[in-house]
Design a protein around this ligand. Structure first.
Ligand code: NOJ
Ligand code: CA
Length: 685
């Protein structure tokens, strides 16, 4: 039995087939070329000799089409078209009389499919041992991959052939709490692939809810990738109760890398916004009492008396302060002044609350209560001062991955925020999950992350989650999930290093799932100037740092460096002040994973555009064409570009700022250095 589905524009063809033993299988053709070879589908169940793998017969197949345009609460574009042809294959398992539906949605830019388990007598409660969905690649493609891990994505990407992953695997791992459970060819998604004949394929998942996050195991003889779900403490991978379904498996395909970046397939596979009122959800530009701690100068903790504290017992006023506590009233007020002066919405303050001395990687169950400030952080004074300056403080909840503790305190913590004029929280999940044995990417944690976001919405609070599971477009449904980290973010420039091409890979990988709190804007590239004990170097030119505000999509953007440094570079800082954080339109001008990305975005509600280009080791020369601008309109452009002799390694702070008029007919040649970039602001006249 075979069945074919064709995309609205005819470029993609999906073939569904039931193999001889009743195993479902699919393949995908893009413009006559094989994107995915015949690949098996199904699920292996715990305590079930039959599983949901074979002996199926097709009972029915239902085709439909969908075409709508919807408006995101915030985003890269004002309107998103959701246009697909759908095929539902209704399968019945012989003898067991169990129904499994496979739902395919074929868009012009790719395929989404999921397993659906309707209400039925013979399949109600079941436990997944492993999902067995294959993605059979046509050949030994080039992959941009992260090593498999159930807890972290905070790695550099490796670029290699699929066949080379095994040999490079150990070198790609820098911190691997759950590594043991992966073969040497397990990789994370979003996985970006490229074939020698110029086909780009991106594999990921959409709408990950009440299910474990997916990684992929590679058979490096056949180039078949297969789903590898995150287990729980017992080794089980999913607890299901029909009616239910899996997340969508996504395959975005194009022969032009730019189309991978402009794809809205993952968002389109998520449900519409879950909230009636979204007027309280607003993009945020912020600075923070933060970089000081990351570079090892200031501390989160108030005292060095270790271990000194038992929450709720110790009188902090009795312990000796270490003199390096950054979240003190005077320092926070200085940041508020800087934010107010330069038009930032918020100041993130980390280390404001008691508990950091006891935590520091020890992750006990009761550490933070999220409502008790340190004695040198005058909450009321800071709150009122910030309010008088029109700035908000961004709350910080480091949970130390102690999930029950956070959930126990959550209502009190969010109420406390509402009472004290906070409307956003940066949450963090550093360390091994408590209860022990659970992983950051398991079903239990997937449910926690979503619970925290929905609960926050009850209090009109926006969330910026760090160390959370990879994003899967859920911000369409829950737009108060403004951004996540879930990546090797800028902090690694001061904590072990980041490859120079990282920023050219991120849009094709991590950012495919959703916005990133990347914390760009590092102007001081020699960290030892701040802290003689930290010899880190920022592997990026200063202009690359500016471009990140465009190439790293997020409605939450930080200027991560310290005010004293920005004071020295006010000419460059102007770009960060000017750049928008919400957009009506986006044009991907140039893109090649690992090499360069150039994007233009139109600021929400204005005629102004901003452009960013980031380059990898080889640098990049652009010939920019402005035909996306409105005709017959003049724009005043400021161009912030690497100087001719700039290089991320030995001359990262060399830049040139030029000004000129630009119209839709202008052509401009610009050169990004190795690890460099450029940024342009275009103000309509
Ligand atoms: C790791 C986060 O990524 C970082 O931004 C934060 O400052 C620390 N955890 C402390 O919570
Ligand atoms: Ca982190």
């Amino acid at each position: 039995m075979t069945k074919q589905l064709i995309s609205p524009d005819g470029n993609l063809k999906l073939n569904f087939e039931l193999l001889d033993n009743g195993t479902p299988s699919y393949s995908l053709i893009y413009r006559g070329k094989i994107a995915i070879k015949p690949s098996k589908m199904g699920l292996e169940l715990v305590n079930d000799s039959k599983s949901l793998l074979n002996d199926f017969i097709v009972m029915d197949s239902i085709e439909s089409s969908y075409n709508e345009t919807w408006k995101p609460v915030w985003g890269e574009v004002k309107e998103i078209r959701n246009n697909y042809n759908e095929l539902k294959i209704v399968l019945n398992q012989k003898g067991l009389e169990r129904t499994l539906i496979i739902c395919f949605r074929l868009f012009n830019d790719g395929l989404g499919f999921r397993y659906e388990f309707p209400t039925q007598k013979n399949l109600v409660y079941f436990v997944i041992k492993e999902e067995r969905t294959q993605f059979a690649m046509a050949n030994d493609m080039i992959a941009f991959w992260l090593p498999g891990d159930y807890d972290t994505q905070e790695y550099d990407y490796t670029e290699s052939r699929l066949s080379e992953i095994r040999n490079l695997f150990d070198g790609a791992v820098t911190d691997n709490p759950s590594q043991k459970q992966f073969s040497k060819t397990g990789v994370q998604t979003p996985l970006m692939l490229k074939s020698d004949d110029g086909i780009y394929i991106n594999l990921h998942e959409a709408a990950l809810l009440d299910y474990s996050a997916m990684s992929l195991d590679l058979d490096d003889k056949t180039f078949i990738l297969e789903t590898h779900l995150t287990p729980d403490a017992l080794g089980n991978k999913g607890y299901m109760q029909a009616p239910c379904h899996t997340p969508w498996r996504t395959i975005i395909v194009s022969d032009d890398a730019r189309n991978i970046l402009s794809s809205k397939l993952i968002l389109n596979l998520n449900e519409p916004c879950n909230y009636q009122d979204t007027s309280w959800i607003k993009p945020i530009k912020y600075i923070g009492v933060w970089w000081d701690m990351i570079i090892g100068k200031g501390t989160w903790a108030y005292t060095d008396e270790l271990p000194s504290v038992k929450l709720g017992i110790t009188d902090y006023k009795a312990v000796k302060p270490n003199g390096k506590h950054a979240a003190n009233t005077a320092n926070v007020k200085k940041y508020i002044d800087f934010a107010a002066k330069h038009g930032f919405d918020q100041v993130l303050v980390e280390g404001w609350n008691i508990g950091w001395e006891d935590w520091y990687g020890k992750s006990k169950d009761y550490v933070f209560d999220f409502v008790t400030p340190y004695p040198d952080f005058d909450l009321e004074e800071i709150r009122d001062y910030a309010k008088s300056k029109g700035v908000r403080i961004q709350m910080h909840h480091e949970t130390s991955a102690s999930i029950r503790n956070y959930e126990r305190h959550m209502d009190a913590a969010y109420s406390f925020m509402s009472e004290n004029n906070y409307n956003s929280v940066k949450s963090g999940y550093v360390g091994k999950i408590i209860p022990r044995g659970e992983y950051h990417y398991g079903q239990w944690m997937v449910n926690h992350f979503n619970y925290a976001v929905r609960k926050a919405a009850d209090y009109k609070i926006m969330v910026n989650a760090h160390e959370a599971v990879h994003p899967t477009g859920l911000h369409r449904t829950f737009p108060n999930l403004l951004a996540q980290e879930s990546v090797r973010a800028s902090e690694y420039h001061a904590l072990g290093g980041i490859k120079a091409n990282h920023s050219t890979v991120l849009p094709f990988t991590r950012i495919m799932g959703g916005p990133l709190d990347y914390t760009p804007g590092l102007f001081e590239t020699d960290i030892s100037k701040y802290n003689p004990n930290n010899n880190s170097h920022v592997n990026s030119t200063i202009c690359n740092q500016l471009a990140l505000y465009i190439t790293v999509y997020s409605p939450l953007q930080m200027a991560a460096d310290i005010p004293e440094t920005y004071e020295k570079y006010m000419d460059l800082f102007q770009f960060i002040k000017d750049v928008a954080v919400d957009w009506d339109d986006t044009k991907i001008l140039e893109a090649e994973p690992g090499r360069y990305v150039t994007i233009a975005r139109k600021a929400k509600g204005t005629d102004n555009w901003f452009i960013g280009c980031v380059a990898g080791e080889d640098g990049h020369e652009s010939t920019l064409n402005f035909d996306f601008l409105e005709k017959n309109k003049n724009f005043k452009a400021t161009i912030y570009c690497d100087a001719k002799d700039a290089h991320y390694k030995n001359n990262p702070q060399a830049y040139e700022i030029t000004r000129q008029g630009i119209t839709a007919d202008t052509e401009l040649k610009l050169k990004a250095a190795s690890g460099g970039g450029y940024a342009i602001s275009l103000f309509a006249e």
